[in-house]
Design a protein around this ligand. Structure first.
Ligand code: PEP
Ligand code: MG
Length: 853
């Protein structure tokens, strides 16, 4: 038995639960603990642990202590109805916290005036624990010892009881009639009604499912009025049990029932799959076989060709046997597999200390008792370890992915990773982490590669990437481009039929994957790849020289960088500086914000590696598809149209100021320029300039620093003249500009083929931006993906762009090509391109003029 002392999560008047003006808490239905009438507006963690869930209304959150005790912290009474108004969450689900870390802050005036009471509860909600020593009926300071929990034995605490001796199952649908869904009070009532039942009861909502004996799990479902729920019971009298729970829900579980909720419920598009069914997978056909020459068409992501053997990394295609050999065999198998993956994660963290945070996050997921309990429950119901693990991991991953929060989606991807690793071990293979263990000449086929997959790829092993999903400018593709790995995305699910080890040709210039190609084709491609490599070697010899067009016009070719180790290679490729340092890539895999010093060191190292060449450092561009685990942003319906780029920087000024100071400290003073992403209006840049000037004064730095605006938002291109009045330079981010102009998500495979920066609509905006910049004689660079596309280069130059910042791997070839161009041809073709109807037409025009591309 272990005992832990919880610290007061709030300052205020501590009181027994019985005095709480909410009967469910007062009667101990929710759990045992105490309450505090707060005098301060910040809820802090009462112990070290992991955040199990933050309620969607941000008024409550649960922390699981190391002993397994689940501590629900509920701010105020009847606060769920505020729907998040007045509450700011500082943590996300799954995050590790220390005692005293801020969890939620709240506006005392707003919440106090709108809620029934501000009295806040701290209760232990899971079984197997007792609480005593509540320090109540006195003023308590935050962090003071508040109560003690006894019981639990670590991560296994709360493991499911043995399955009942019955194979009865029952099911009943019901519509959520409560205005605020299953918040603490109705969840507690539901738990009270199911607790004594010897079997299991689950509630399914959309594609998530929760144990009806757990308040936390029920709250974590995020149910809302009108949701269609399925109650499932397994055990003696299961159908009656499901029936009676559904009736209780229909009755509101003690909360008022909203009339007409059932009839207003949205029709269920797809009935959720029964949890005891094999995970449904769309049939894609049998594997392709030798001699079966197949051409799969996708979308160009990273140009270049490669020949190699397929390494499959599909996260969705593993089929496993459902029936197990009994719990006595399957349980230890699962435990051994989990231990083996955990050990491998430890070894990987030692091998790649710079990515240790990723492996630690994976470890924490594997330690989640809900995951283990779910799988063990299936095993005890006769399933195989593989089936049980796959189903539980998927259910949880889908639940996370459905939360419409990119950070949760990232955790879902981590879980899918772990699903595969544990399955691999159960199948007798070694667990593999990311793409770290590839044989040389591998062409990886996957549903989707993640940026973290590419983090540990050993040089030279990964020859090509094909993805069934993904978009051409996703951040994983940007990293693949930095590695110079030909990549094709949006190949569709037929790519899942390509077997492991199959010889393939990947053609990143045409967006194709040729499977089991004839021998002569393999030979021709090998020759072409070798010739290209030789040409590149040749181009590299002159790459260090300045880039001048055939008529003498100077065009600067810079490199896009995302990590310190990219810099020396970029110089070898002929980069004349760094035109875009994606600073968020430096800090994506961390659990906490980098300090100013850590940032400064990275920037200084990059400036040193570039040996006096300019470095354009972009301030943090997080949000959208680049969430940061240590910067919880509010949940957004459309994150790509929400808090991104400079909007986050202005909202979190201390983060931005620390970054600005780190940049200002780099020596020599003229080495760096600052570039601000997602600018829509001059006022945003002016706000950043004010911060830069203030920090410069504080640091006593006399030299000014250039401050530029990225043109990625269509409005910014349209008022580029106004932005130029306050910017020292402009740089066009064609990836986002194209996404916003064409209204096509850059990560969506369904529109990947049309997402082309050479669309005349995008080109017209680029021309407007260049014309606007001329008003104040500002230079215009392009640092989006089209700067690396040889077809785009003559057009961008013809439109007046004088600097291209490209992915390092293409720089030598790009400079060699630009040296063959004449400005008058570029202007003529660019002018013609503006008068076309489509990107295809534009590409034809370019190909006719420069057939060698
Ligand atoms: C762009 O949008 O073109 C750009 C360079 O920024 P990122 O790709 O990092 O969003
Ligand atoms: Mg961008």
């Amino acid at each position: 038995m272990t005992a832990i002392t919880l610290a007061a999560p709030l300052a205020g008047w501590a009181m027994p639960l019985t005095e709480v003006p909410d009967p469910a808490f007062a009667q101990g239905l929710v759990g045992t603990g105490m309450a505090i009438d707060p005098t301060e507006n910040e809820l802090r963690s009462p112990c070290d642990g992991v955040v199990l869930s933050v309620h969607r209304a941000r008024h409550a959150c649960t922390v699981r202590a190391a002993s397994g005790a689940e501590v629900l912290l509920h701010l105020g009474v009847d606060t769920v109805g505020l729907n998040g108004e007045g509450f700011t969450a500082h943590v996300r689900d799954g995050q590790a916290v220390k005692a005293g870390d801020p969890l939620i802050s709240f506006d005392m005036d707003l919440v106090g005036s709108r809620a029934q009471s501000l009295v806040s509860m701290m209760v232990v909600v899971n079984d197997g624990f007792t609480v005593d020593g509540q320090s109540v009926n006195r003023e308590i300071a935050v962090g003071e010892p508040a109560m003690t929990i006894h019981g639990g034995s670590g991560a296994d605490a709360g493991a499911s009881a043995a399955a009942p001796d019955s194979d009865e199952t029952g099911e009943r649908g019901v519509v959520m009639p409560i205005a605020n869904g299953l918040h603490a009070r109705p969840a507690a009532t539901l738990v009270a009604a199911t607790k004594a039942y010897p079997g299991t009861v689950t509630i399914q909502c959309r594609d998530r499912s929760a144990n009806a004996k757990s308040v936390v799990a029920l709250m974590g479902l995020g149910t809302v009025l009108g949701d269609r729920l399925t109650v499932r019971a397994a055990g003696p009298g299961a159908q009656d049990m499901a029936e009676s729970i559904a009736v209780l829900i229909e009755g509101g579980l003690g909360d008022p029932v909203v009339d007409g909720a059932a009839t207003a419920a949205a029709p269920v598009a797809a009935t959720p799959a029964a949890p005891t069914a094999q995970p449904v997978e769309e049939e894609v056909g049998p594997p392709f076989g030798p001699g079966e020459e197949v051409l799969l068409k996708g979308t160009i992501a990273v140009p270049g060709q490669a020949v190699g053997s397929v390494v499959r990394r599909f996260r969705s295609a593993v089929r496993v046997a459902e029936d197990g050999a009994g719990p006595a065999v399957e349980e230890p198998r699962l435990h051994r597999a989990l231990d083996s993956v955990i050990a491998e994660l430890g070894r990987s963290a030692e091998r790649m200390p710079e990515h240790a945070a990723i492996f630690q996050a994976h470890r924490e997921l594997l330690d989640d008792p809900e995951l283990l309990d779910g799988a063990l429950a299936d095993i005890r119901a006769g399933k195989s370890a593989e089936w049980a693990w796959q189903r539980t991991a998927r259910l949880q991953a889908d639940a996370l992915a459905a939360l419409a929060d990119p950070r949760m989606a990232e955790r879902a991807a981590d879980l899918r990773d772990l699903e595969q690793q544990v399955l691999a071990v159960l199948a007798g293979k070694a667990p593999s982490v990311g793409l770290a263990e590839l044989p040389a000449g591998s062409i990886v086929l996957a549903d989707e590669i993640l940026p973290s997959d590419l983090a540990g790829v050993p040089a030279g092993r990964l020859a090509g990437i094909g993805m069934t999903h993904g978009g051409p400018t996703s951040h994983a593709v940007i990293l693949a481009a930095a590695l110079g790995v030909p990549t094709v995305v949006a190949l569709g699910r037929q790519a899942e039929r390509v077997p492991d080890g199959a010889p393939v040709v990947i053609d990143g210039n045409r967006g194709e994957l040729l499977v089991f190609p004839p021998e002569d084709m393999l030979a021709t491609t090998r020759t072409a790849v070798a010739a290209r490599a030789a040409r590149r070697e040749e181009n590299r010899r002159t790459a260090g020289e300045d880039c001048r067009m055939a008529d003498g016009t100077r065009i600067e070719v810079f490199a896009n960088l995302g990590r310190v180790s990219d810099a020396p290679g970029a110089v070898m490729e002929g980069a004349e500086g760094c035109g875009l340092l994606r600073t968020e890539f430096l800090f994506l895999e961390r659990q906490s914000a980098p300090t100013e010093d850590e940032q400064y060191q990275q920037y200084q190292q990059i400036a040193d590696a570039l040996e006096g060449r300019p470095v354009v450092i972009r301030t943090l561009d997080v949000g959208g598809d680049k969430p940061l685990s240590y910067l919880p942003l509010p949940k957004e319906e459309n994150p790509v149209l929400g808090l991104r780029g400079v909007r986050v920087g202005l909202r979190e000024p201390e983060l931005l100021r620390a970054q600005i100071r780190a940049i200002l400290r780099v020596k020599p003073a003229g080495a760096c320029r600052i570039m601000v992403p997602m600018i829509a209006s001059p006022s945003e840049l002016l706000a950043v300039r004010r911060m830069v000037d203030e920090e410069r004064t504080k640091l006593g730095r006399a030299e000014p620093i250039e401050l530029g605006a990225m043109i990625e938002v269509p409005a910014a291109a349209l008022i580029a003249d106004r932005i130029s009045a306050v910017a020292d330079f402009l740089s066009i981010g064609t990836n986002d500009l194209t996404q916003y102009v064409l209204a096509m998500d850059r990560g969506n495979p369904h529109v990947a083929a049309q997402l082309d920066a050479l669309h005349p609509g995008v080109l017209r905006l680029i021309r407007l931006a260049v014309m606007g910049a001329k008003t104040y004689d500002r230079t215009v660079a392009v640092c989006g993906g089209s700067a690396s596309d040889p077809m785009a280069a003559p057009l961008l130059i013809g439109l007046g762009v004088t600097e291209l910042s490209a992915t390092p791997a293409v720089i030598a070839d790009l400079k060699a090509f630009i040296r063959t161009l004449r400005m008058e041809d570029c202007r003529r073709v660019a002018e013609a391109a503006l008068g076309t109807d489509s990107a295809d037409e534009v590409r034809r025009l370019v190909a006719e003029t420069w057939p060698a591309i």
